[in-house]
Each structure stands twice: as structure tokens, then as C-alpha cells.
Design a protein around this ligand. Structure first.
Ligand code: NAD
Length: 502
């Protein structure tokens, strides 16, 4: 008997009357471990209603009290982060150290949000005009919706909800139906930290849940992370319904390697950034652009490292876990077939990898694809044009730095990119010229620290306010400017004595 995960509203489980459910699998074994309820329209109404009813009380709770709860949440998360990492690995498949890393990155945003009293400070001008003062303040929006992808079940929601909650909003989180359990765990942690019921709610499901949030008049903003076609749909539908929307989409991230780079370091980083979390990262490097003489020695170094990686159950001693679902495994394998057919050189082939993992009775085993490396990839091949979202690294060769930058800039995505070089001038020129939102210089996965903001350009992001950092605070609050004239009691005529009796 598998258990069914239900929604969370008003600080308690909300059981749905739905007849639609999704299977949740353990990707390392292929076994169905539980199922998750898919929201009906009535569920959307009930969960949003809980958040709406909790808003006035939470908005009016003092910043001091709100911040205390944030600190309590941070402390609890710190002590039981391993529990959350295990839940992530059991449903996503990434190795435990990656899962722990994701929790740590999310926790950094909680720590940033603990500084909300400082972040929310407005400004004041005395005597803008004679006897007239101007102040600006920022206030919460109301109910905010967060819709997250499968690849970071904890970190991506945590890019948003600590800031949203600290700023006085109430939250409805719609997690990916493939990895729904982390959201429930986080909801229970919030309750333990003392968050009032209804401030953090979870709505499970698919398009019905998403479209319900996008069109609901009580939902004031949407923070979405996922693939580009859905990000575009979310942006267009949400803004058409009067909401502010930040919709982060897919990616094809390039690492440019110049001939003067430390090639051992570049190869190490290409392997980490290409195959870490089985390539299921929006900041994964999926294309290496080798410039001039860097090509042959770099491919040799990446290949020998890739061959040494152990693919297996993320709970055991593996370097790389499985893909999230059987469909993802089949999709990635079919891209490898297509790359081979289109004439790229298949240097390391991860299809049919035989990991050290259990295959329980009644399952076909885990969803594994090993590290895969292609060389001599060209920009017309589907392994380059498409976001594969798997452990497939493509090496493209160019003769010059200019050709490398032109290649990166011609790509429709603009999430992250990296350059490997020992020439500071070349790196400086690259950061200036490249049309990408997040740049790494000898750093392959340039995820900004929590107090900076995260977001890509072009088809990797719809909307103009990036996640977390000061932009995140801006997104979850709206500005108000007050212009006030208070006459001095002494100038009101009559007695100059103050009469402050009411
Ligand atoms: P996805 O777009 O399939 O799903 C994301 C969310 O949208 C999920 O909650 C899902 O339930 C919902 N959804 C799916 N189909 C929908 C539909 N037709 N209508 C309405 N809602 C729908 O993405 P995914 O496969 O879960 O995640 C992987 C993608 O996310 C990759 O493209 C990756 O690059 C991207 N991603 C981007 C970033 C970033 O920062 N830019 C970060 C992480 C992941």
C-alpha cells in the first residue's frame, strides 16, 4: 500500500476529493513509493482561501516577531538538514552530498531573509517643501504563488518563500508533482518554528493547480521556475490576469575554454558542472566551447575523468545518481542516439550503464544514464540546440575567442556561462560582451550568493525582477510614498502652548 500525499493548508493536511493522482518514484530503484493528489479547482479555492485569511494577521505581525520565527526556522533547518536531503535523494535521485548542498544554498536565503528589518527600511526626506516631509515604505503584496520544478525540490522554493514570508506575505507553494514530499516537510518545519497557520501552504498537482493560481484574483504574484515553454505560458497568463510575475526558464550553459587556461582545472569543473546531479541543473554546463589548441588536450582530460565516475544509487557511494523518471532516462538516451546519428564523435557513452543498485521485485530498475561526452558537435545538431537536462556534455570547437562569444550570444538561452582563462583582460572582455545573466570566471556554476540576485537573460527568464537578494525583496513588496504636511502647533494661531489632548 502506498501512501497518498495531500495538500497543506491552515497548518494541517487538507484531503482532496480528487480522482486524479500522480505516482512518485524512487529513481534509483524504479519503484513507486507514494502517490500525490492532483488539485481540483475546489482545492485551489480552499488553499488560496487559507492564505488569504491568514494575510491580514501576518501583515500586521511585528517585524520583530516575524524575524524571530525566521530565525527559529533557520535553527530547525540547520539541525535536521540531513532529513531533508534524504527526502530529496529518495525522490530526485541526486547523490546525498548534492542534496545536502541544495539545502545549504536554500538555507542561505533564509539567513538573508532574517535581515528583513534592515532590508525593508524605507527612506525619508525632511522639508521637501516648506513644512512638507516625504517618506517611502514598502508593504507586502498579499497571497503569493510559487511554482517550482523537479530538479531542486527544496532550494528553488527557498529562493522565494523566506523573503516572501519575512516581508509579510502569505504563500501557496505548488511543488513539482515528481518530487512533492520536501514541500510537506518544509511546511511541518514552519509550523514547528511557530509560523501562524495559513501563512505557508502547499497545493499539489499539475496544470489545473498552476492555472488555478495564475488566474485567481486573490493571488498577487507568481514566482515560477521550470522549462521555457511553461515559463512563457506562466508569464503571459499571470500578467494577463494582473499579477507581477517572475518566470525563470530553461538553459543551455556554455563554458568557453581559452588555450591559456589551466586545462586540468577546466576539465575538473566541466565534469562537475556537466555531470553533477546527472546534469539536471539549470546551471549545468552542457556545452564546452574549446578555443584553438585547447580542444584535444581538454577532451582527453574530460573523457578520462568522466570514465572514472561511478553512477549509482545516490544513497550509496556514487558520484552520480539516476535521472528523475523513466521518461527522462528514455529522452536523454534518445538524444545520445540522435547525436551519434548526426555525426558528432561519441567519446564516452553512458547508455546502458550498469550501476550498483537494487532492482526490487516488480520494478525494472533505476533510471540510469552514465556520463556521456560528445566531441566535434556543431550548432545545428539537436544535442546542441535542445536543453537535454541529462549527463550529456557536448564539446564544440572554434578557432578564436570572437567566434566563441558569437556562438554563446547566438544561443536563445542566457542563464549562465563560464570562461576559463588565466588572462584577466580576456575574462573582463567576456563578462562585458556576453549576453548572459550569470557569469563565472574560472567558476563553472556561477550561482550568485543569496544576497545577490539569481536570473538569466533571453529565453531563460520572463519578467524583469530576479530571484532573491534585493531584487527578491523588491518583488515581494510594493512601494508607497507618503507626502505629509504637519503644521507646528505654535503656528496654528491662538495659544502657543501645545494642546495634545485628544
Ligand atoms: P517543467 O516546466 O516541466 O515544470 C515546472 C513546473 O510547472 C512544475 O511545478 C510543473 O508541475 C508545472 N507544469 C508542467 N507542465 C505544465 C503545464 N503544461 N502547464 C502548467 N504547469 C505546468 O520543468 P521541470 O521539468 O520540472 O524542471 C526542469 C526545467 O526547469 C529545465 O528546463 C530547467 O532548466 C528549468 N530550471 C530553470 C531554473 C532557472 O533558474 N532558470 C532552475 C531550475 C530549473
Amino acid at each position: 500500500m502506498t501512501t497518498t500525499l495531500q495538500h497543506w493548508a491552515n497548518g494541517a493536511v487538507l484531503t482532496s476529493a480528487t480522482d486524479r493522482f500522480g505516482d512518485v518514484t524512487d529513481p534509483a530503484t524504479g519503484q513507486v513509493t507514494r502517490r500525490v493528489a492532483f488539485a481540483t479547482e475546489a482545492d485551489v479555492e480552499a488553499v488560496v482561501g487559507a492564505a488569504r485569511d491568514a494575510f491580514p494577521g501576518w501583515r500586521d505581525t511585528s517585524l520583530a516577531r516575524r524575524t524571530q520565527i525566521l530565525f527559529a526556522f533557520r535553527e530547525l533547518l540547520n539541525t535536521c538538514a540531513d532529513e531533508l536531503a534524504e527526502i530529496i535523494t529518495a525522490e530526485h535521485g541526486k547523490v546525498l552530498s548534492d542534496a545536502a548542498g541544495e539545502v545549504a544554498r536554500g538555507q542561505e536565503v533564509v539567513e538573508f531573509a532574517c535581515g528583513m528589518p534592515h532590508l525593508l527600511k524605507g527612506s525619508a526626506t525632511e522639508n521637501a517643501s516648506t513644512g512638507v516631509d516625504v517618506t517611502s515604505i514598502r508593504q507586502p503584496l498579499g497571497v503569493v504563488g510559487i511554482i517550482s520544478p523537479f530538479n531542486f525540490p527544496a532550494m528553488v522554493p527557498m529562493w522565494f518563500f523566506p523573503i516572501a514570508i519575512a516581508a509579510g506575505n502569505t504563500v501557496v507553494l505548488k511543488p513539482s508533482e515528481k518530487v512533492p514530499s520536501a514541500a510537506q516537510w518544509l511546511a511541518e518545519l514552519w509550523r514547528e518554528a511557530g509560523l501562524p497557520d495559513g501563512v505557508f501552504n502547499v497545493l499539489h498537482g499539475d496544470r489545473v493547480a498552476v492555472d488555478g493560481l495564475l488566474t485567481h484574483p486573490e493571488v498577487k504574484s507568481i514566482s515560477f521556475v521550470g522549462s521555457t515553454p511553461i515559463a512563457r505560458h506562466v508569464y503571459e497568463t499571470g500578467t494577463a490576469h494582473g499579477k507581477r510575475v517572475q518566470a525563470l526558464g530553461g538553459a543551455k550553459n556554455h563554458a568557453v575554454v581559452l588555450p591559456d587556461a589551466d586545462l586540468d582545472m577546466a576539465a575538473d569543473q566541466a565534469v562537475n558542472a556537466g555531470f553533477g546531479s546527472a546534469g539536471e541543473r539549470c546551471m549545468a554546463i552542457s556545452a564546452v566551447v574549446a578555443v584553438g589548441s585547447a580542444g584535444d588536450p581538454l577532451v582527453e582530460r574530460i573523457a578520462s575523468r568522466a570514465r572514472g565516475l561511478v553512477t549509482g544509487d545516490g544513497r550509496r557511494d556514487a558520484d552520480m545518481g539516476p535521472l528523475v523518471t523513466r521518461a527522462a532516462q528514455e529522452r536523454v538516451s534518445s538524444y545520445v542516439d540522435a547525436g551519434e546519428a548526426s555525426g558528432a564523435t561519441l567519446v564516452v557513452d553512458g547508455r546502458g550503464v550498469k550501476p550498483d543498485a537494487e532492482t526490487p521485485e516488480g520494478s525494472d530498475g533505476g533510471f540510469f544514464v552514465g556520463p556521456t561526452l560528445f566531441d566535434h558537435v556543431t550548432t545545428d545538431m539537436s544535442i546542441y540546440t535542445d536543453e537535454i537536462f541529462g549527463p550529456v556534455l557536448s564539446v564544440l570547437r572554434v578557432d578564436t575567442y570572437e567566434q566563441a562569444v558569437a556562438l554563446v550570444n547566438a544561443n536563445p538561452y542566457g542563464n549562465g556561462t563560464a570562461i576559463f582563462t588565466n588572462d584577466g583582460g580576456a575574462a573582463r572582455r567576456f563578462q562585458h560582451e556576453v549576453e548572459v545573466g550569470m557569469i563565472g570566471i574560472n567558476v563553472p556554476v556561477p550561482v550568485p550568493a543569496a544576497y545577490y540576485s539569481f536570473g538569466g537573460w533571453k529565453s531563460s527568464m520572463f519578467g524583469d525582477t530576479h530571484a532573491h537578494g534585493v531584487e527578491g525583496v523588491h518583488f515581494f513588496t510594493r512601494g508607497k510614498v507618503v507626502t505629509a504636511r504637519w503644521t507646528d502647533p505654535a503656528q496654528r494661531g491662538g495659544s502657543a502652548e501645545l494642546d495634545l489632548g485628544f
